[in-house]
Design a protein around this ligand. Structure first.
Ligand SMILES: Nc1ncnc2c1ncn2[C@@H]1O[C@H](COP(=O)(O)OP(=O)(O)OP(=O)(O)O)[C@@H](O)[C@H]1O
Ligand SMILES: [Mg+2]
Length: 267
């Protein structure tokens, strides 16, 4: 791909905390319109990376830019969906989505009709006037995605958004997300623990290794689209899964080495 296809540039980004270096000298590009998934073992810096891309946290050194402009705080350019459901409990489904529009100055009437279109797109027209507590987790997360997308961000950052859902709902949500991506001009960075999910959704998978969080590899997923669930049984899918699992396993083994040495020393 040429440089003009690059939307986000992550350049030599390091994030140190008092006790640890969460991310060390990480550089990569996110291409316009792609869905990049990020995997790696727990604590390898995935959320830290997402928070910096969202502008909720800043690199200790290095920089992240979007469309050539260095990120220095949150912006409507970037929507964020977390594992925890973050809807406003006192607003109905349609009003939650409307909020993203009225806060940007859109008039009430047009905001409401646009919000209804989003609610329809996520298949929740019948629930438009219900409150979040009346919805299942999967439904709430669909509303959170619609609310983020309604603000027309360039990028949607998703940190384990389906992590709290049961396997079946999770699969449906993956389908919903891919369908939405077909219809909306959006670039997605999607963090997950689940390798099947990472491959199923991705154009590319970025693999992080822990302590400190560094890029292990970026793997292209050239499986055909639209993706259907049966794809997970295909040879190419299984091969890719094995490759990623082995990468993450080996990165964890390397990380464990000092512990083994410590144990040996004390034995
Ligand atoms: N605010 C903070 N203060 C101190 N250390 C932090 C902070 N946020 C993250 N860390 C540390 O940075 C490292 C990476 O954390 P991060 O939450 O980014 O990992 P993760 O890959 O998202 O993990 P998980 O898969 O469990 O969500 C960890 O060692 C964590 O303890
Ligand atoms: Mg995390």
């Amino acid at each position: 791909m040429s440089d003009t296809d690059t939307l986000i540039e992550v350049r030599q980004v390091t994030r140190r905390f008092a006790e640890s270096t969460a991310i060390k000298e990480v550089s990569f590009d996110v291409y316009r319109g792609e869905l990049l998934t990020v995997v790696g073992s727990s604590g390898c810096g995935k959320s830290t990376l997402a928070r910096m891309m969202a502008g909720l946290d800043s690199p200790t050194s290095g920089e992240i830019s979007i469309d050539g402009k260095v990120i220095d705080g949150p912006s409507p350019d970037r929507g964020m969906v977390f594992q925890k459901y973050t809807l406003f409990p006192w607003l109905t489904v349609v009003k939650n989505v409307m909020f993203a529009l009225t806060v940007q100055g859109q008039g009430r009437r047009s905001a409401e009709s646009e919000a209804m279109q989003w609610v329809e797109m996520i298949g929740l027209s019948d629930f438009a006037h219900r409150y979040p507590h009346e919805l299942s987790g999967g439904m709430q997360q669909r509303v959170a995605i619609a609310r983020s997308l309604a603000a027309r961000p360039k990028v949607l950052l998703m940190d384990e958004p389906f992590g709290a859902l049961d396997a079946q709902t999770r699969q449906k949500m993956q389908h919903h997300l891919l369908t939405i991506c077909e219809h909306v001009d959006i670039t997605v960075v999607f963090i997950t623990h689940d390798l099947d999910e990472a491959i199923f959704l991705a154009d590319r998978v970025l693999v992080l290794k822990p302590n400190p969080g560094e890029i292990q590899d970026i793997v292209n997923v050239s499986l055909p689209k639209p993706r259907c669930i049966d794809l997970q049984f295909s040879h190419a899918f299984v091969e890719l899964r094995t490759k990623l699992a082995s990468m993450i396993h080996h990165a964890d083994e390397e990380e464990d080495l000092p512990m083994h040495m410590l144990t040996m020393k004390h034995a």
